[in-house]
Structure formats: structure tokens, C-alpha cells
Design a protein around this ligand. Sequence first.
Ligand code: C5P
Length: 427
Amino acid sequence: MALAGKRILIIIGGGIAAYKVLELIRRLREAGAELRVVMTASAKHFVTELSVASLAGGKVFGELFSLTDESEMGHIQLSRDADLLVVAPATADLLAKMAQGLANDLASTLLLATDTKILAAPAMNLRMWLHPATQRNVTTLRNDGILFVGPEDGDMACGEYGPGRMSEPATILAAIDRALQGDTTLALPLEISAKSGGLLAGKRVVITSGPTHEPIDPVRYIANRSSGKQGHALAGAAAAAGADVILVSGPVALPDPHGVDTRHVETAAEMRAAVEAALPADIFIGAAAVADWRVAEAAKDKIKKSPKAPAFSLVENPDILAMVAQHGSMRPRLVIGFAAETSDVIAHAQAKLARKGCDLIIANDVSADVMGGDENQVTIVTEMGLETLPRLPKDEVARRLTLRFAELLQSLQAVAPLAKTRGGSDA
Ligand code: C5P
């Protein structure tokens, strides 16, 4: 983390998500950042100045025309002194003020009176977020170079579901770190696109997720530790980007992602059939941990315990990713696989890229606490090279990967029809 000694000015807007900023402040201080905090008048309805000041370890600023504040430090100096301004929650009102260049309170004045980088973490009701006025403001702000993290899809305090939830403190912290390191591509809101309703609007995306269960008898099965969290997060992110998403899910303990056509399967054979039925597609993402083998003949009745342990003969399962990648005319424009390895992660991923005939492999080291955990650290492996993302919550990994996939699809479409001839022999 590049946070130690960095001067960060946090501007807290007036929204229910303001309570999450307390946690963000705590984490920033732990990471060694030097904080100054400004609260809008409405922010003080949601969190108290006392809690913010105690956690931030200093005075909280709020008044534009405060004689005492002004004598200690001119308000312009507040934002000039900072390495980064973070607006969280960035309410519809604050974003509108920023987009219009209004300066009628301390927060908006500081945001206008600076050329320091600004990171905004929007939070609002989904209808406010999706309103053309807010989308227009966000497009303006993006063009002005404002960085965004979130918002996420999720349950809202008002009881609705959709985009508008402020990103979690860990995600904002990671975004702050990236912003300080000069990353200008981070976490663009996927719904935003100049012309259409999303970066993947009109595109069809098929994703596999979760483990498969291969029966031994009616009560026992072969499985693995995949939770499906990353695959499901990708399905949610692709849907948020406007894609028509079919998620073929093995048995998982997760709810079906919002706005996604989820088809439930148990075995690799069922997963393959469901994927075949879902094609054609523009993008295929094989995020499932498909069992490599199944028992040749599952017993019809429960196998009884006996002194002699039963012997099973295993047969190989169909490789769904390789099948899709080598599907001739039905091959999606972009075929993406995952490589979960415990050693030589990149070398294995590069070999897999060639063997399976896909365009990208997302490599992740599952020797750490990744399988079943909430965070992931991935490297995007292509024929052109590697791109390593930092360790991030799986939702944020999904958002960033989806952005990359959308960019790649756009660049492929700019090229004449692609004749894919690459392929492997282990299909
Ligand atoms: O060969 P390996 O299992 O390591 O490859 C992992 C990638 O291949 C993942 O994207 C996974 O979804 C996909 N796969 C598949 N069908 C299999 C095995 C793996 O689609 N039978």
C-alpha cells in the first residue's frame, strides 16, 4: 500500500452510507495516511462530528465562512495540501454540484478550488443513480478526470435492489491506493457509456460458476471447494454493464445474481449441455471449477459400508471451456478461462491458454485463502503478456475484469471478422 504519509482530504456527503466512511477513516489511519475531513451540513444528520473527529484524529471542517477555521487554515489550503480528495458518499447532489462547478458550501468550494485528483464513491437510491441527469453528470465528471469507485449492486437502505450502494471500505481503500499510484482506469461505473445503456449493452454473456458434483451413489459425490463467489460476481458485473447474462451454476450457497438468467446444474455433463443450449454468445467465461473426473458408473443404491473399501473407476469429464473455444462458427468472440493453481500459477496459465484455445486466462493462486474467501488476486494472461491486479474483494475483481473484457470485445469488433483457428488437442 502506498498510503503511509499520504495526505488525504475526505469529504463526507449526506447519505446513509456515511456510516461506512467511519470504517474507511479507521483503515486509512491504520495504513498511515494523514487525514483531514470535511462534512457537508447534511452529512451531520447521518454521522456525528464527534465520531468522525475521534477516528480521524483531528478537527472536522464544515463551515465555509468560519472565522476560527479560516484563521487556522484558509479553506482553499485544505484541498491544495492534499495528495487526493475522496468524496464518500458522493451523493447525487454533490455529483451535480461538482459537474456544474457550483461552490455554495465548504465541500463544493473545495472540490472546485483544486486541481488535486478526486476519487468519488457514489451512493444513492438506484433510481437517482440511473436517472439521466445523474448519468449525464457522471459522464461529465469522468470526462473531467474524476475517478470513481462503485457504486455496487445490492440491497438499498430504502428496501430496493440495484446499483447505488456505496462500495465497501476495503474496496474504496484499494481504489485510493491505486489512485495514489496514478491508476486512472480504476473502477469505472459499468452502467456508464457515452451512447448506450452500458459497456456491454446488447451483448450476450455466458458464464459458468461454482463446483460440479459428480455422484458416487445417491448420497455421495465428488466435489471441490469452489464457492462460486467469483463467477457469480462476474455475472452480476456483466449484467450491471447491460449484458444479457446466462449463468450456468453448479451447486452453490449463493443467491442468483440480480438480473441474470441463472440455470442450475449438478454435474459436468449437465453443465456442458446447459452451456451448449445457451450459445451463441459474444463472451464465454468459464469460471466454474468443473470436476476433472466422474465415477464411471454411479451406484443406483447407497453403497453399504463393508470391511472392503469400494474401488471406483474414474473417467474424464468433458472440458467445457475447450469445447466452447473450439466451437467453429458458434465460437464466442471472446473466450475466457480461469486457472486456479497452487504453484507455478503463471506458467500453468500460459500453457492452458494455448492448450484450450481461449483468448484470456485469469490466473489465481488458490494456495492462499482464495477458495471460498471474499477476496481474490488475479493476473490476466493473454498472448500479449500479463496484467496483475491487486488483491481486491471479488466484486471489485469482477468489475475490473468486466471492464477489460468489454474493452477487448470492442477492439476485436473493430477488426474484421475473426477466424479463430487456434485450438488444443485435449478438448
Ligand atoms: O484444466 P483446468 O481445470 O485447470 O482449467 C480450468 C479452466 O477450464 C476453467 O476456466 C474451467 O472453468 C475450465 N474447465 C472446463 N471444463 C472442465 C475443466 C475445466 O470448462 N472439464
